[in-house]
Design a protein around this ligand. Structure first.
Ligand code: NAD
Length: 353
């Protein structure tokens, strides 16, 4: 069995689907079910006998330890986090609690469990920490892409809390020998992403006839990776990664935010034309930039390609088309996650969800 923290979130849920599809092993999802956790994303595997779920907060060390004793997993894949940059600027406390304190509690529970394992199981155990390229800070237009040796320079409370968690994971390897692996990935997109993030927010607002809010001048550049490619990378690092190493994961898809929105509008124009025949581009509105908005991220994923043979399978064009089609095919999932707490939050940010 493997443990997946945050498995009811966007990437975690995609990973659960990926894992159950490609291995015969069981998973236990550990998730506190915050606003971002959604069991509907796991509904199609709920009756699979290899899928298990426990509602638990990773900050609750004794509860995590009890689950480790009960299920004896050979790996912990740590996705659980507060993950939205805007929220971190408005309320950083939850980010410090889950991303820093929670990772610490999880590492301590993992260390105690790992120390007690018999030698063969001890050698096979892995703690894989899922992190972000945002820990490296922002790039100028002609700076080289982030590599695994780029110094950390986080700029938002989110990226600072993730940087802190990366350092804790590293230290638990160097100080205690815990067998850890870390991945730092660029922006993901795909099915089951909460519609506060750029791509699902734009699809959702476009279909609802609402403004498409683009920060600043829309020229900020991000590297985009289809979520299932990220899942394949994580599975590959778990299988063959060198202990204590970090691996950058990215799609070689540097795109300006405004171009992402234009492409989404063009896809929607084809797949779900507006009744009056005009383009969804008419709904684009420019809004005040996020404070300290990093200008450009770009990731050099050469190490994972060279050493572990991983490359992305989707291009941005094919992945984006799949994503738009998924949101068009799953209006109930979107309707359920956009009720309640999320509607209140987006209402405050963008004048209505
Ligand atoms: P998400 O916000 O969609 O999901 C986070 C999940 O963690 C939710 O299910 C939530 O309920 C759970 N959670 C939050 N606090 C918890 C706690 N205290 N205890 C237990 N569970 C808790 O996030 P995501 O986009 O799926 O990201 C997953 C991981 O990947 C994060 O660590 C994030 O930093 C990292 N990452 C994300 C991206 C991206 O583009 N989304 C890119 C690179 C790395």
């Amino acid at each position: 069995m493997i443990f997946i923290t945050g498995g009811a979130g966007f990437i975690g849920a995609n990973f659960v689907h990926h894992w159950l599809g490609q291995s015969d092993e069981s998973v236990l999802v550990l998730d506190a079910l915050t606003y971002a956790g959604n069991l509907e994303s796991l509904a199609s595997v709920a009756s699979n006998p290899r899928y298990h779920f426990s509602q638990v907060d990773i900050c609750d060390g004794p509860a995590v330890s009890a689950l480790l004793k009960q299920h004896s997993p050979h790996a912990i894949l740590h996705f659980a986090a507060e993950s939205h940059v805007d929220r971190s600027i408005h309320g950083p406390g939850d980010f410090i609690r889950t991303n820093v304190q929670g990772t610490f509690e999880l590492l301590e529970a993992a260390r105690a469990y790992w120390n007690e394992l018999p030698a063969p199981e001890k050698a096979a155990f892995r703690f894989l920490h899922v992190s972000t390229d945002e820990v490296y800070g922002s790039l100028g237009p002609s700076d080289p892409a982030f590599t695994e040796t780029t110094p950390y320079a986080p700029n938002s409370p989110y990226s600072a809390s993730k940087a802190a968690s990366d350092h804790l994971v590293r230290a638990w390897h160097h100080s205690y020998g815990l067998p850890v692996l870390t991945t730092n990935c660029s922006n993901n997109y795909g099915p089951y992403q909460f519609p506060e993030k750029l791509i699902p927010l734009m699809i959702h607002n476009a279909l609802a006839g609402k403004p498409l809010p683009v920060y600043g001048d829309g020229q900020n550049v991000r590297d985009w990776l289809y979520v299932q490619d990220h899942c394949r990378a994580i599975a590959r690092v778990l299988e063959a990664g060198v202990l204590g190493e970090t691996y950058n994961v990215g799609g070689h898809n540097e795109v300006k935010n405004l171009d992402v929105v234009h492409t989404l509008c063009d896809l929607l124009d084809q797949l779900r034309p507006r009744t009056d025949g005009s383009s969804y581009r008419a709904q684009i509105t420019f809004v005040t930039d996020r404070p300290g908005h990093d200008r450009r991220y770009a990731i050099d994923a050469g190490k994972i390609k060279r050493e572990l043979g991983w490359t992305p399978q989707e291009t941005f064009a094919t992945g984006l088309r799949r994503t738009v089609q998924w949101y068009l095919d799953h209006p109930d999932w979107v309707a359920h996650v956009t009720s309640g707490e999320y509607r209140n939050w987006v209402g405050k940010q963008y004048g209505g969800a």
